[in-house]
Design a protein around this ligand. Structure first.
Ligand code: CUA
Length: 156
């Protein structure tokens, strides 16, 4: 049985796209170290409240224009739940979970990550506009998932 010419072309094209994508992704992940971080910083999830810096969740100024937001997540809340940072500052969120996997997402920003118990997640974001962001949990974490939110106020 002979394959149709167009079918052959599309088959070759499809395989080529797959191979090229895998080569690019593999090169970035392994040769350039761009793979997602995992198990870089670990923590005992039952001792979050007694482990620095999570024993004191909050917003801290760490440099002239740098801030750290230390956050502990649990079903179904963020601690702190009201965050205020200045516009243009480099804000590093340091997060962990006390129970199950949660997510953090601020729509229309690059702030979007999973927060896994036993691991410390860091993500840096600069907010260029003074506005209020709703920070939501985007990993289903139980019956109160849809109520799990916090606000980030970016001040002038
Ligand atoms: Cu926490 Cu969904």
């Amino acid at each position: 049985m002979k394959m149709h010419r167009f079918e052959e072309i599309w088959l070759i094209f499809g395989v080529a796209v797959l191979v090229i994508s895998m080569a690019i992704t593999g090169y970035q992940a392994f040769a350039q170290g761009m793979g997602p971080p995992s198990h870089k910083e670990t923590i005992d999830p039952t001792q979050v409240e007694n482990t620095a810096p999570f024993d004191n969740p909050g917003v801290y100024q760490t440099g002239e224009n740098e801030y750290e937001v230390v956050m502990a997540l649990q079903a179904f809340s963020f601690e702190p739940s009201e965050i205020t940072v200045p516009k243009g500052a480099e804000v590093t969120f340091i997060m962990t979970s006390k129970d199950v996997i949660h997510g953090v997402s601020a729509p229309h920003t690059n702030l979007n990550t999973m927060v896994v118990p036993g691991q410390v997640q860091r993500i840096t974001q600069t907010f260029h506009e003074s506005e209020e962001f709703l920070l939501v949990c985007n990993e289903y974490c139980g019956t109160g998932h849809q109520m799990m939110s916090a606000t980030i106020t970016v001040e002038e």
